[in-house]
Each structure stands twice: as C-alpha cells, then as structure tokens.
Design a binder for this molecule. Structure first.
Ligand code: SAH
Length: 351
C-alpha cells in the first residue's frame, strides 16, 4: 500500500479532521487496496458507536407538487410530464400504522414544497401522528419554510428535519437552482432548524453537474463545522424531463469513498445508504453499509404513487408491499453481517 495515503487515512481515523489538501488527495485516490483500507477504518468507527445495528426509517413521499424549479429534480414545477399527487391525512396515517406494525419507529414525511399543504395542515398532521405514536420519531423533509413554521411543527411533536444543503459553494448552488432560490436561504433554514432543537440532516448529491473535487472538499469542511445529526448523500441521477437530462450520473466509487470519509470526519453521524445509491448499483445499499453507513430508509408510500415520485430516472420502486420489502432488506443486511433493529434510532451525538 502507498505509505503517504495510508498515513492520511490513519490521521483521519485518529483525528477526525484533515487539511483541505489531504482531503483533496484522498478524494482523488483511485487505487483499490488503499480505498478498501479506508472502508475498513470507517466500518470500525461505525461499529464503535452503532455496532452492527442498521436503523430503518419509513419514508412516506406524501406529495410531489412543488413550487420550486431545481434543475436536477423531476418534481420541479416546470416538469409538465410529472403526474402530480397529494396523499390525504388519512392515507398518511395509514402508512404510519402499517409501518409501525412492521417495526418502524421513525416516519419521514418527504415531499415537494407544496402550496396545497399549508403550515396549519402540516401542524394537524404532525399532531395526529404524535398522538397515535408516542414512541416514534417524526422526521420532516419538505424544503424551505419560514422559521415560524418550523417552530410550530417542532412544538406539536416533530423531532427531525432533513434538508440537504446540496452544495456548500454559493456559485455552484446557483448553477443547480433557478435565481429565485438562494444558498443564503438554504443556510438560514439549516441554522433555524438547529437552533429550534431539531435533529438536523444535511447533505448533497455526488457528481451533480459542474461539481468539482474542490466543491466536495468544501462540502466536507462545511459538514464538519455544522455537525448535523445526519448526512444524506447519494449519486446525482439524471431525470429525463429536467434541464439536466443529458448529464452524467454520479459514480458509485466516489459515493462510497465519501461515505467512509464522512464516517471518519463525524464518527457518530447517522449515515444513510440512500435509495439513489441502491439505484445506480443493485447492491449499492449493502456497499454503502460496508463503507460506514448505518441507516436505510425504505419506502412506506402506497404502491400506486411510488412511481410518480420520480425525482430521478429508474428510481428503485419494487412494487412489493412494505412487508415484503422489509423482509428482503433484513435478508440483505444479514447477508453482510448486519442487523435491522426496531429502534427509534437516535444519533449517539448527545450521549
Ligand atoms: N423538496 C425537499 C425534498 C425532496 S428531494 C427538499 O428540498 O429538501 C430530496 C433530495 O433528493 C434532494 O435534497 C436532492 O439532494 C435529492 N435529489 C433530487 N433530485 C435528484 C436527482 N436527480 N438525483 C439524485 N438525487 C436527487
């Protein structure tokens, strides 16, 4: 093995920080043997805090209406080909009930920024889920809102919010989003969420258009500093009805390398092996776990809407019932020596 790069990996594993130059060198390193060693270090760090446990979150994609127009996303408002849907209160509660019976103890409500769901309607929804499932975490993930809205939902029982920062470089941000959206407001939201007391998830796409290694270093430095409870990363995957239809997808190897680096930078962070990772490679999620990830977020949405939540092309949507999907996931995790647990799955950061 190359002594220089092994030294860098050892330093990262020990100090949980590296200079920008060293991070850049590690990100550019391609040779298998050293990368396998990086994964080994990441697995050891993950097992120190989370053992072989895999936390699961039940994802409910409750609306695909969106007022935004992000260039990469199939839900963007200019996509007239998207078949729009919006789940009703009762349908969402049904998804939670089904998930609870299967052993899910976190529900993630994800969606576009939908004008049809007002602040008060979300408040009612969160209150309803909180009343019915006192022992569960409620995670929200539907973009940028005013601080007052975030505060109100927290008050009625939401615990977590996922809002990827998408890129920590202001100029790159403006190449992925229309002028109406801003890096400043994204960061304002993340700051508000943290101050209010949410467990916050940030993150970015790997291989998004115009992304450079320098941008990735900036993302890693931002995440180290912001220190969120969760970091969601997955490869960019083109969607045929967006301005980025012809762009290349993000690479599996780079995504895995970034997962391992994140595990060592932020040892106790919750790190999902994302659906996008499972979409670019059939065993992508297993490989993610073996690179240091410790969370998987299976889909609890009703089968008839799953295909419509097409943020990118070929999104894995097995068509199988949530129950069958969970059994298969358990088998996949067991085959690599890990175990899906019934647990609310908090980050160990505050222990
Ligand atoms: N509207 C919400 C959440 C919906 S999308 C929000 O803004 O947070 C959730 C995440 O999917 C986004 O943050 C983005 O990083 C990712 N995503 C969107 N389009 C994608 C694509 N084409 N390929 C890969 N990931 C994508």
């Amino acid at each position: 093995m190359d002594k220089g790069i092994v030294g860098i990996i050892d330093e990262l594993a020990k100090e949980h920080i590296l200079t920008e130059e060293k991070l850049q060198k590690l990100l550019l390193w391609q040779k298998k043997e050293e990368i396998e060693y990086l994964f080994e270090c990441a697995r050891a760090e993950r097992e120190r805090w989370y053992g072989k446990d895999v936390y699961i979150r039940g994802l409910i994609e409750f609306t695909n209406y969106c007022r935004n127009d992000c260039y990469y996303c199939g839900l963007r408002r200019s996509n007239s080909k998207a078949e729009r849907y919006r789940l009703k209160y009762e349908e969402i509660i049904d998804c939670c009930r089904c998930g609870y019976d299967l052993g899910y103890r976190t529900f993630v409500l994800q969606g576009g920024e939908d004008y049809g769901y007002t602040k008060d309607m979300i408040t009612e929804l969160v209150s309803g889920i909180r009343r019915a499932y006192k022992d569960c975490a409620i995670t929200l993930s539907f973009g940028e809102w005013e601080r007052e809205a975030y505060e109100e939902w927290y008050m009625v029982g939401a615990n977590r919010y996922l809002l990827r920062h998408e890129t920590a470089d202001c100029e790159h941000y403006s190449m992925l989003h229309p002028p109406q959206m801003s890096y400043e407001n994204r960061m304002r939201c993340l700051k508000d969420l943290k101050e209010i007391g949410y467990q916050v998830g940030a993150g970015f796409m790997v291989g998004s258009p115009y992304q450079t290694t320098k941008h990735l270093v900036k993302d890693l430095m931002f995440l180290k500093k912001f220190s969120p409870h969760m970091v969601g990363i997955g490869p960019f995957i083109s969607q045929k009805d967006t301005p980025f239809a012809e762009e290349n997808n993000g690479a599996l190897e780079l995504t895995l390398k970034l997962l391992a680096i994140l595990r060592l930078l932020l040892p106790k962070v919750l790190l999902p092996a994302t659906t996008a990772l499972g979409t670019i490679a059939p065993n992508g999620r297993q490989l993610g776990i073996l690179a240091g990830a410790n969370v998987v977020m299976p889909n609890l949405s009703p089968i008839n809407v799953r295909k419509k939540y097409a943020i990118y092309d070929n999104k894995i949507s097995s068509g199988e019932e949530a129950a069958e999907g969970k059994v298969r996931l358990e088998e996949q995790m067991e085959s690599i020596g890990y175990k899906v647990v019934v647990d609310v799955g908090n980050s160990k950061m505050e222990d």
